[in-house]
Design a binder for this molecule. Structure first.
Ligand code: 5GP
Length: 254
């Protein structure tokens, strides 16, 4: 059988040509990186968990009318997605201060923000994904003003869905990053949620204990990343069978 053509190699995912025009296969790897690739590890089973979790969130978004690139999961590590023209931005929504915002402004991590704040980073690893104001985005032509209005509206709807869904399983959504892509339906451009939604791209804290259940566990050496992601998947009822990783200890709640 002919091997599929790899069209993009990322830090945590690869993209392959899809079976039909306008589709791609997204493959979730076990690689974890932090600090723009300075810290690296292979976390056995992470790709399997993120494939399931991203499927869970993308399907949920679609069910409430928010378009995403997700078509269907193919197997433990792969999903079929729509090919998009990616807008070269990381769209970040914050509900509580943490990470780069807390550092930049000298805020205590976990401080509630007066309202959800949407911010943008220009996707360029060699520059360290710098924070950019909307004015740069429009001026440099990375997206139009209309696009940006749609991006903010999409991001806030995603925030409401994710925050509510996670609250239901005892998890506080501190912040997250999404990417947005453009597709053409009958010559009409439309913006849809692309890339992935997983604990790699969100900050998730247990509501009761404040325990971190996201990639900060890896970034800050706080314990087992697989245990944290397994716990998120377990609470959401999407724990896959046959993941090579087995948690060493019992689960964290109940
Ligand atoms: P911060 O700007 O505080 O480092 O990140 C804000 C949020 O966006 C966090 O949930 C973080 O995980 C996510 N995020 C920011 N940059 C990246 C990135 O390059 N890759 C991924 N996967 N997530 C990111």
């Amino acid at each position: 059988m002919a091997r599929r053509k790899k069209i993009y190699e990322g830090k945590a995912k690869d993209l392959f040509e899809g079976p039909e025009p306008g589709t791609l296969v997204q493959y979730f790897k076990d690689d974890a990186t932090a600090g723009n690739g300075e810290k690296r590890a292979v976390i056995e089973g992470k790709g399997v968990l993120n494939n399931r979790l991203s499927e869970f969130f993308m399907v949920g978004l679609q069910q409430i009318g928010i378009p995403t690139h997700f078509i269907r999961r193919l197997n433990m590590r792969e999903q079929l997605i729509r090919q998009v023209e990616i807008i070269p931005l990381e769209v970040i929504v914050r509900n509580f201060a943490a990470g780069s915002m807390a550092r930049r402004l000298g805020l205590e991590e976990g401080m509630p923000l007066p309202r959800p704040i949407v911010e943008f980073s220009y996707k360029d690893d060699s520059l360290g994904d710098p924070l950019v104001p909307e004015e740069y985005i429009i001026a440099f032509g990375w997206a139009s003003q209309q696009d940006m209005d749609d991006v903010v509206s999409l991001a806030l709807r995603v925030n409401d869905f994710l925050a509510g869904t996670l609250y239901g399983v005892g998890i506080k959504l501190i912040d997250f990053k999404i990417e947005i892509g453009r597709v053409w339906d009958n010559e009409f451009p439309r913006l849809i949620v692309a890339d992935e939604i997983s604990p790699d791209s969100c900050r998730l804290w247990d509501i009761e204990t404040g325990q971190k259940l996201d990639k900060d566990v890896f970034r800050r050496d706080l314990g087992s990343l697989s245990d944290a992601y397994t716990e998120v998947a377990r609470r959401l009822g999407v724990l896959p069978t046959n993941v090579t990783h087995r948690p060493a200890k019992p689960t964290l709640i109940n």
